[in-house]
Design a protein around this ligand. Structure first.
Ligand SMILES: [Zn+2]
Length: 278
């Protein structure tokens, strides 16, 4: 199992502004919360060549530079809601993509969504302008500066020896169980969030919290911080409006769990490896 999740993409160098001309330009085309499907016959992701961007008739006045990968400049462009083409949701794509493509497309979706929701200053209502140096929008009237917003959340595998506690969210596909997760609230430490979420969702207490890794989750702007937490006490009591079911599963007899694109799967697999199951 990789020590890191997702495996680090050492080839991508993020930057808020293009440093100049690139020998090659690659475009990720966004429509609403979807991206233009650029998988080839083998399922590999091939971005739109920059030279073809003129055919998009993009609605966004701003074309966002994302960064460089092996000398090529990567951009995100938003098209109109009625633009015709094969668009796909990144969640649906996820299982078929390498992590570095998933993350780069996620980056495009987040930057576009941020730009879309920061067109006007939240303080004085003036139209915002793109910051000259930073990934930020700045108000020319009151100087309010807005950076892309991230919503940190915890995700944790609760375990006790050869059992793991997995839950079914009301929104999950039939039969699917996963680790527990929840957003950090203002004023909370991450450790506090973890204990509160586990207590709220399934009623148990945890101890020996251990951080393992993180994953950007661009739906629309989460940053998932992944943990293992040891069971300390209490019986399972469901938070019924959110959790359809939660149970202790033996590590050698797990239900349907998320695919390898999700950090929840990595948290589970890492524990299975520790217990000698895989
Ligand atoms: Zn302002």
């Amino acid at each position: 199992m990789s020590r890191f999740f997702p495996p680090p993409d050492r080839t991508f160098e993020p930057a808020p502004n293009s440093p100049g001309e690139h020998a090659e330009e690659c475009v990720i085309v966004v429509r609403g919360s979807e991206v233009l499907d650029r998988r080839d016959e083998e399922g590999c992701w091939c971005p739109l060549p920059g030279a073809e961007r003129g055919e998009l008739g993009a609605t966004s006045a701003i074309e966002y530079f994302l960064g460089q990968r092996t000398g090529a400049g990567w951009f995100a462009i938003e098209v109109a809601p009625d633009f015709q083409g094969e668009f796909v949701n990144l969640r649906a794509l996820g299982a078929d993509l390498p992590h570095h493509d998933f993350d780069l497309i996620g980056r495009a979706l987040q930057v576009i969504d941020w730009g879309r929701t920061h067109r006007f200053c939240g303080r004085c209502g003036e139209a915002m302008k793109v910051h000259q140096k930073d990934r930020a929008m700045v108000c020319p009237r009151c100087r309010n500066t807005c950076y892309p917003r991230l919503s940190p959340s915890i995700i944790t595998l609760v375990h006790r020896e050869d059992e793991v506690l997995l839950a079914r969210n009301q929104r999950f596909p039939e039969g699917m169980y996963s680790t527990l997760a929840g957003f950090v609230e203002p004023g909370e430490s991450i450790e506090h969030t973890l204990r509160r979420e586990v207590r709220e969702e399934v009623g148990v207490e945890v101890q020996n919290i251990r951080y393992l890794g993180s994953q950007p989750w661009p739906f629309p702007n989460s940053l998932m911080l992944g943990f293992h937490a040891e069971y300390a006490g209490g019986d399972i009591v469901l938070q019924e409006e959110e959790i359809a079911d939660a149970r202790w599963f033996p590590v050698r007899d797990l239900p349907s769990i998320p695919g390898s694109v999700a950090i929840s799967r990595w948290l589970i697999d890492t524990y299975l490896e520790q217990r000698g199951v895989i």
